[in-house]
Design a binder for this molecule. Structure first.
Ligand code: NAD
Ligand code: WQD
Length: 338
């Protein structure tokens, strides 16, 4: 039996493929390489000594999915494939709904036809919209998303919930990631954003390497200890192990689960800058600018449900997150094309 990983060449996907191969699972990947390169999986093969089977194809292509399900005995699907840029989703809503929502529908339909009934879906803390309180537990209200990306995640969660009522034999886990950062400690795989990064940690690391001049800190007048935004940053390898735990516990509890993957600790933008400066032994040039529209003051998880249901908790510290990000950045100044 093999595990099908959609979007497995991407940032979180490649680290999860590595973790699956390391524990002895067979892995099949479908990825259209729209936001990644095959090099990530070549390096996963180099690190693990095992080669995942790659189909360069789109999840919207039902014939490609049929071929995969007929060529391999798939036990579970981990579904990362999708578009993830908040700003781009505002400019290109149809692309986001097509890839993220329609793509999931096509995948589900082919799983149903092939008799594959276990799915783990990449959801996001973005489904909570403007947090009603922190820490955010799974019982907090979802909704109030402010961009098509966030709404697409919320819609898919609702579709999966409805689908699980109709198909109670399916085991579905939506994992709501907080802010994934870091890289494999080897420095061989990591996050490789296109163009100028939107997210904090890739931006800081490109300032550190000298590709960007100065970090803009979006606001220091939030009601937080130092006035800058607070988030729950989680090491990508902790996220990867969360997926393995979700596979191991799929049969327990209800057919549909939504579970936070975070550390349960919030750090500010200034905390991140300081931790990165320590890891890279350099100073990060930054300036305070206006708040970024749509940002919330603070967002961090109550991560107790993951511990209770999956026996999982994040173990890596902020210093390890920054150390591994810097190690990846300095060894691959131009990402996978370095
Ligand atoms: P990523 O862009 O690195 O990985 C996504 C992968 O999916 C890429 O390799 C891309 O080429 C592929 N892909 C996109 N559309 C596809 C399609 N239609 N068919 C086949 N392949 C397709 O992103 P990531 O950071 O690894 O995120 C993985 C998942 O986790 C996404 O669904 C994302 O929305 C979700 N997520 C990410 C974050 C984050 O901050 N990185 C936070 C919460 C949730
Ligand atoms: C973190 C903090 C910014 C950039 C986004 C998505 C979310 C999820 C993860 C997928 C905030 C501040 C940032 C910069 C800054 N993705 N910042 N200067 O906004 O928490 O979450 O990625 O599901 O849906 O919205 O992450 O890394 O962009 O920002 O000051 O140049 O850093 O204001 O406080 P965010 P981020």
């Amino acid at each position: 039996m093999a595990i099908l990983v959609t979007g497995g060449a991407g940032y979180i996907g490649s680290h999860t493929v590595l973790a699956l191969l390391e524990r002895g699972d067979d892995v099949v990947v479908i990825d259209n390489l729209s936001n990644s390169s095959k090099a990530s999986l070549d390096r996963v093969a180099e690190l693990t000594g095992k080669v995942p089977t790659l189909y360069v194809a789109d999840i919207l292509d039902k014939h490609a999915l049929k071929e995969i399900f007929s060529n391999h005995e798939i036990s579970d699907v981990i579904h990362f494939a999708g578009l993830k840029s908040v700003g781009e989703s505002v400019r290109k809503p149809l692309e986001y709904y097509e890839n993220n929502v329609v793509g999931t529908l096509v995948l589900l339909n082919e799983m149903l036809l092939a008799g594959v009934d276990s799915l783990i879906f990449s959801s996001s803390a973005t489904v909570y919209g403007n947090p009603e309180k922190v820490p955010l537990s799974e019982e907090c209200q979802t909704g109030g998303t402010t961009n098509p990306y966030g709404t697409s995640k919320l819609m898919v969660e609702q579709i999966l919930r409805d689908f699980s009522h109709a198909q109670p034999e399916f085991r579905i886990t939506c994992l709501r990631y907080f802010n994934p950062v870091g890289a494999h400690p080897s420095g061989r795989i990591g996050e490789d954003p296109n163009g100028i990064p939107n997210n904090l940690v890739p931006y800081i690391s490109q300032v550190a390497i000298g590709k960007l001049e100065c970090l803009s800190v979006y606001g220091n007048d939030y009601p937080t200890p130092d006035g800058t935004g607070v988030r729950d940053y989680i090491h990508v390898l902790d996220l990867a192990s969360g997926h393995l735990a979700a596979l191991d516990h799929k049969a327990e509890g209800s057919a549909f689960k939504a579970i936070n993957l975070g550390t349960g600790v919030g750090y500010s933008v200034i905390d991140l800058i300081k931790a990165f400066e320590k890891a890279a032994q350099t100073q990060i040039n930054y300036k305070i600018v206006d708040r970024r529209p749509g940002d919330v003051a603070e967002c961090w998880s109550d991560s107790s449900l993951a511990k209770q249901k999956l026996g999982w908790q994040a173990t890596r510290s902020l210093d390890e997150m920054m150390r591994d990000t810097w190690n990846w950045q300095k060894n691959n100044p131009n990402g996978f094309s370095s």
